[in-house]
Write a protein that binds this ligand. Structure first.
Ligand code: GDP
Ligand code: MG
Length: 162
């Protein structure tokens, strides 16, 4: 029991996940949220919202000048998204590996993009790609008071490591 308590606090990270408009339209929001819950991540923030052009430009600042940005903006503002803050050990890379690579035609079966899509643009999910991005993106989508800190009795059973 001591061991479980010790490791549960190891390398805990928070990451921003978006269930993108294509996934919401395809009624996959619950299915995809379940995948993150089943993996053992803790949901500490959750909301549905409509991304505006301004929010899109802030979120995708690194892509605004790229040729595909107008299409990306049209896509991400085309319908509501579900925004999630997930917490867990190495949550950022865990979520990235669950998502699969950007292009659904190339992402591995077993990943979200590999299992549900064939598009490079309409690829169902967003996940922060590093600690700085996670901090920045969580602030864009959530006020501090919208992140709920709580413990679960299952914590030690999903986070324990050697
Ligand atoms: P991610 O980190 O895997 O989400 O990929 P990127 O950061 O490279 O791109 C952000 C998002 O822009 C992707 O998830 C896609 O929705 C979209 N995207 C990326 N590359 C392209 C592209 O070449 N064409 C179009 N239309 N959309 C793209
Ligand atoms: Mg990216």
């Amino acid at each position: 029991r001591k061991t479980l308590e010790k490791v549960i606090h190891m390398a805990t990270e928070r990451t921003l996940i978006l269930i993108k408009p294509d996934a919401v339209q395809r009624r996959l929001a619950g299915t995809l949220l379940s995948r993150f819950e089943n993996k053992g991540l803790k949901i500490i923030g959750l909301k549905m919202l409509q991304v505006t052009k301004e929010l899109s430009a802030e979120h995708y600042a690194e892509h605004v000048e790229k040729p595909f940005y107008p299409l990306l903006e049209e896509f991400i503002t085309a319908g509501p998204v579900v925004a999630i803050v997930a917490e867990g050990p190495e949550a950022i890379s865990v979520v990235r590996s669950m998502m699969g690579s950007t292009n659904g035609r190339e992402s591995a079966p077993g990943t979200i993009r590999g299992d549900y899509g064939v598009s490079r643009q309409m690829n169902l999910v967003h996940g922060s790609d590093g600690p700085e991005a996670a901090t920045r993106e969580i602030k864009i989508y959530f006020k501090p008071e919208e992140l709920i800190e709580y413990s679960t009795s299952l914590g030690g059973w999903v986070c324990a490591d050697d």
